[in-house]
Ligand binder design. Structure first.
Ligand SMILES: Nc1ncnc2c1ncn2[C@@H]1O[C@H](COP(=O)(O)OP(=O)(O)OP(=O)(O)O)[C@@H](O)[C@H]1O
Ligand SMILES: [Mg+2]
Length: 484
């Protein structure tokens, strides 16, 4: 009985909801409420719009995905970063106007935004030279090469090179997949252009931060015969370097690091640096220069730079004695105060982490400050004194400057006799009448001052007597070890 009173009878429910049962018989009440919502025009319109929006978003996504799929299938792109050697070649290639229909048939169709790159270098006499070079600016450009259209996108990245602070840069070339082989052509042309621009030139590299960078334009190769060293010296060094270059396999077979070191020492202006530059030209090498007396060249930096020398370059370490002057400067923590130390130089030259392949030239004006440890084979294999001007050199230099006007050599004889009389050079039998010496740089200066004027040069020869004379060190010639 109690059950009956707790649960309502179905007939009672009927009584409670007469209106609902009339309109939608058998449906639960909640769904019936939604119908009411859908009947509401504002609600229905909102839902319709939302549906349309979702459909549009899906359609958009599929279009983007489809486009990127098509792009991936149809286009091919190539990214070149500024760190890569080819970066500058490609920019140079893009900047060059070329005859259409010629051997190089590419044409700059739509580069409207150019940027300027200027390199300038102080000339020895006269104003400095500047070289302007227009290159594609940042942004997108279209270039045509043969039948292919290529989109070029040059961009600065938000990240920067840690050592130089310069932002990273990339150039991206994009073309149709069907035209992908055009990249090989472009690289071949760009490389050929870069090579021909450097033909007959010597590229000089210097360090910037932890990197090597070419400084200035490549210089015209200095002919080896324009550097006049005493009899036989040049030939001995050139022969030794060429022999070394031809023996790489020999070193590899024996597991010896392929390295050779030369030390050129002597007074200022004797032609050490000029000879190394001319030698590099003769071998078709560049020169990577570090001046060891420069502040900021630390042991770590030196070791790092020597490990990543630009290929096919001669390493030139100027002022090698600087490292010896700094020998005491390492403190307890090994900090060298921003300069290279003696042990830093030795380690960079042949420590465990030293580069495997290298031709190094060291120069110094003060051989007496160097240590025997440096002149050990493996670090320095050949030591050569490039000394004050000799009679032989004075005669050779005369011929280079006045050979065409002094046909019978009488002017040369007068000049040499004057130098003998001044005690600056030995006479023909090797005797000297004085202790003065002069440099080849001073003789060159005298001849440059008296261009085309032999008599003037002879008259002014007194000017070759050095105002301040320091006796030459007694260490001898090619190959001799220097006593400590
Ligand atoms: N033997 C030489 N033959 C031809 N030119 C020379 C010679 N020596 C010096 N010169 C000329 O003198 C100038 C200075 O020469 P260079 O810089 O090569 O001397 P250096 O020995 O390296 O001097 P430093 O020890 O001061 O570095 C250059 O212009 C060079 O052309
Ligand atoms: Mg020098």
């Amino acid at each position: 009985m109690s059950q009956d009173s707790a649960e309502p009878h179905p007939s009672d429910l009927k009584k409670l909801t007469p209106s609902l049962n009339m309109s939608t018989p058998g449906r639960p009440p909640s769904i019936l409420n939604l119908d009411v919502l859908f009947d509401n025009p504002v609600f229905a319109g909102g839902i319709g719009l939302a549906g349309l929006g979702a459909a549009a978003a899906i359609a958009r996504r599929s279009v983007i995905q489809g486009a990127s799929l098509v792009k991936r299938r149809l286009l091919v792109d190539l990214e070149i970063s500024k760190q890569d050697d080819s970066y500058q070649w490609i920019l140079a290639w893009l900047s060059l106007p070329r005859p259409s229909g010629g051997v190089i048939s590419s044409s700059l169709t739509r580069i409207h935004h150019l940027s300027m790159k200027t390199t300038s270098r102080a000339a020895a006499n006269g104003p400095s030279h500047a070289h302007f070079f227009l290159q594609p600016g940042y942004g997108r450009h279209i270039v045509r090469h043969g039948n292919a259209f290529i989109q070029v996108n040059r961009e600065k990245q938000s990240s920067a090179n840690m050592s130089t602070g310069e932002p990273h840069e990339t150039v991206t070339l994009t073309t149709l997949y069907a035209h992908r082989h055009v990249f090989e052509d472009i690289f071949a042309e760009a490389h050929q252009l870069a090579a021909s621009a450097q033909e007959g030139k010597t590229i000089m590299y210097s360090s910037r931060g932890m990197d090597w960078v070419p400084f200035g334009d490549a210089r015209r190769k200095r002919p080896l015969n324009s550097v006049i060293l005493d009899e036989g010296i040049k030939e001995r060094i050139v022969e030794d370097v060429k022999d070394f270059i031809g023996r790489q396999q020999w070193y590899v077979d024996r597991g010896i690091p392929y390295r050779r070191g030369y030390l050129l020492y002597g007074p200022p202006g004797s032609g050490k640096s000029s000879f190394i530059q001319a030698l590099a030209g003769e071998l078709d090498f560049g020169v990577s220069i570090i001046n060891l007396s420069e502040r900021g060249i630390t042991d770590d930096k030196l070791a790092h730079l020597l490990r990543k020398l630009p290929p096919r370059t001669i390493l030139l370490l100027e002022d090698a004695d600087a490292a010896f002057r700094n020998r005491q400067q390492v403190d307890a923590d090994g900090y060298s105060g921003g300069t290279v130390t003696f042990s830093g130089l030795l380690n960079a030259l042949d420590g465990v982490a030293a580069g495997e392949e290298r031709i190094a030239f060291l120069t110094t004006n003060h051989i007496e400050r160097l240590d025997e440890a440096l002149i050990r084979p493996g670090r320095v294999d050949m030591t050569v004194r490039i000394g004050e001007a000799t009679r032989y050199q004075a005669a050779q230099m005369w011929d280079r400057f006045y050979g065409d006007i002094d046909v019978d050599g009488a002017g040369r004889e007068r000049f040499l006799q004057k130098l003998e009389a001044l005690g600056l050079v030995a006479n023909a039998s090797g005797e000297r009448s004085g202790t003065f010496r002069t440099s080849t740089a001073a003789i060159q200066g005298l001849f440059l001052f008296n261009k085309g004027d032999m008599d003037g040069a002879v008259e002014m020869a007194e000017g070759l007597i050095p105002r301040k004379y320091e006796p030459e060190p007694s260490a001898a010639d090619v190959g001799q070890r220097v006593p400590t």
